[in-house]
Design a protein around this ligand. Structure first.
Ligand SMILES: Nc1ncnc2c1ncn2[C@@H]1O[C@H](COP(=O)(O)OP(=O)(O)O)[C@@H](O)[C@H]1O
Ligand SMILES: [Mg+2]
Length: 340
C-alpha cells in the first residue's frame, strides 16, 4: 500500500504552518502512526525545529548521498538517478528527511522538465524528474513502513511546490485571519486546480507513449491534491488589535474557501460556517519559546521544563486539542486512529 502524502500549504508565510506540522508529527507518532516528514522548504525551519544546529551543520557539511532532499534528487540534474533517502530517527514512529537550502537550485531542473514532459518522445527523464519528490517519499515510507508522509513547503507557487503538490494526496491550508491570508487563498485554489489538470495531461501523454509500455514498473503519483480543510491561527493576530478585526476576517474565510478552493458557489452551500475549518489554533504565548528551548512539542512540556501552574493546564489543553485535530485529519485521509 502506498503511504498518503499530506501537505500543508498557503502562499502566505508566517501562518504557523511549520509549527503545526511539527506538533502534528509528534502527535501522530504518539498515536502509533508511523510518520515520515519531508522538509521541502529551502528555508529548512522544520529541520531546525527537530535537529540542533551541530547536527544540521554536520549533515550539510558532509553532503552524503541521500542525506537531504537535495542530495536525493540532485543526481537527476546530471546523468545520475535518485539516491536512497537517509532518514533521521526523531523518536519512535517518527522520521525526518532534512531540508536543504540548496534545494532552490533544483527549481531550474524542474522548470526545464515541465515542457519536455508533454513532448512526443524522450518522456521518461522529465517524468522521473517531475515525480522525483514523490519517488523519494515513497522510498522513505517503504523503508520505515510509514503510513503518513507529512510535508512542509515554502510560501510560493514555484516549480518546487508544483512538484510537491503533484506528489500530494491531501492538502491542509493554514490561515491567518487577515487580508493577506485571504488573498493567498484566492490564488491558491485556482493554482491547485491548474496543476492538477496539467499533471493529468502529462499522465495521459505518458500512458500513450511507447516508453510507458517498455517501463511497466515505473510508477507515478496521481496528483490528487484533495483539499481537506483549513486551520485558523489566532497567534497571527496582533495582540494590540481589537478582537473585532480578527472576527471580521475569520468570518470571510468560509466563503472564499468555498469559492476559490472548492470551486463551488457559496450560495449553494448552506453549512458554510464550520464545515471546512479543521480547527482554530490557539495562541500559545510563552509555551512556544519554552517548547523550542527544550526541543519538544508544547504538549510534552513538564514541570521540569518550567511548565507549572497555569502553564501545566495549558499543556494538557494543548494535548487534547492536537490529539483531536490529528484524529480528524487522519479520518479525512481515511486513516483510523484509536483514541484510547
Ligand atoms: N499557536 C501558536 N501560538 C503562538 N505562536 C506561534 C503559534 N504557531 C506559530 N507561532 C510562532 O509564529 C511564528 C511563525 O510560525 P511558523 O510556524 O514558522 O509559520 P510559517 O511556517 O507559516 O512561516 C514563529 O515564530 C512561531 O514560533
Ligand atoms: Mg515555515
Amino acid at each position: 500500500m502506498k503511504a498518503s502524502v499530506l501537505t500543508f500549504f498557503n502562499n502566505k508565510g508566517g501562518v504557523g504552518k511549520t509549527s503545526m506540522i511539527y506538533h502534528l508529527a509528534w502527535m501522530f507518532a504518539s498515536l502509533q502512526k508511523r510518520v515520515v516528514i519531508f522538509d521541502l522548504d529551502p528555508q529548512s525551519n522544520l529541520t531546525a525545529a527537530f535537529l540542533d544546529e551541530s547536527e544540521i551543520e554536520s549533515v550539510w557539511n558532509h553532503q552524503d548521498e541521500g542525506s537531504t532532499i537535495y542530495n536525493c534528487v540532485n543526481p537527476l540534474a546530471s546523468v545520475g538517478d535518485i539516491a536512497e533517502p537517509e532518514l533521521k530517527n526523531i523518536t519512535t514512529n517518527l522520521y525526518l528527511l532534512p531540508g536543504d537550502i540548496r534545494l532552490s537550485d533544483y527549481e531550474g531542473v524542474l522548470s526545464e522538465a515541465w515542457p519536455g514532459s508533454m513532448g512526443d518522445s524522450n518522456l521518461y527523464r522529465p517524468m522521473r524528474i517531475l515525480s522525483s519528490f514523490w519517488q523519494v517519499m515513497q522510498m522513505a515510507a517503504d523503508q520505515e513502513e510509514a503510513e503518513i508522509i507529512l510535508i512542509d513547503i515554502g510560501p510560493n507557487l514555484g516549480a518546487i511546490n508544483r512538484s510537491v503538490l503533484i506528489a500530494t494526496d491531501y492538502v491542509v491550508i493554514p490561515m491567518g485571519a487577515d487580508l493577506f491570508s485571504l488573498q493567498g487563498l484566492k490564488n491558491l485554489g485556482p493554482t491547485l486546480r491548474k496543476w492538477k489538470n496539467q499533471w493529468e495531461k502529462r499522465l495521459d501523454n505518458w500512458k500513450e507513449s511507447e516508453e510507458a509500455s517498455l517501463r511497466t514498473s515505473f510508477q507515478l503519483p496521481q496528483g490528487k491534491m484533495q483539499p481537506i480543510g483549513y486551520l485558523c491561527q489566532q497567534h497571527s493576530v496582533r495582540l494590540d488589535r481589537p478582537v473585532k478585526a480578527y472576527d471580521k476576517w475569520v468570518q470571510r474565510i468560509p466563503e472564499v474557501y468555498c469559492e476559490f478552493v472548492l470551486n463551488q458557489d457559496p450560495k449553494d452551500n448552506k453549512h458554510l460556517k464550520e464545515e471546512h475549518c479543521l480547527a482554530t489554533v490557539k495562541h500559545y504565548r510563552s509555551l512556544i519559546p519554552m517548547a523550542q528551548e527544550h526541543r519538544k512539542p508544547i504538549f510534552n512540556l513538564t514541570s521540569a521544563d518550567g511548565a507549572i501552574g497555569s502553564h501545566a493546564n495549558a499543556v494538557q489543553d494543548a494535548k487534547q486539542d492536537f490529539k483531536q485535530l490529528a484524529i480528524e485529519i487522519a479520518a479525512e485521509m481515511g486513516i483510523g486512529i484509536e483514541d484510547e
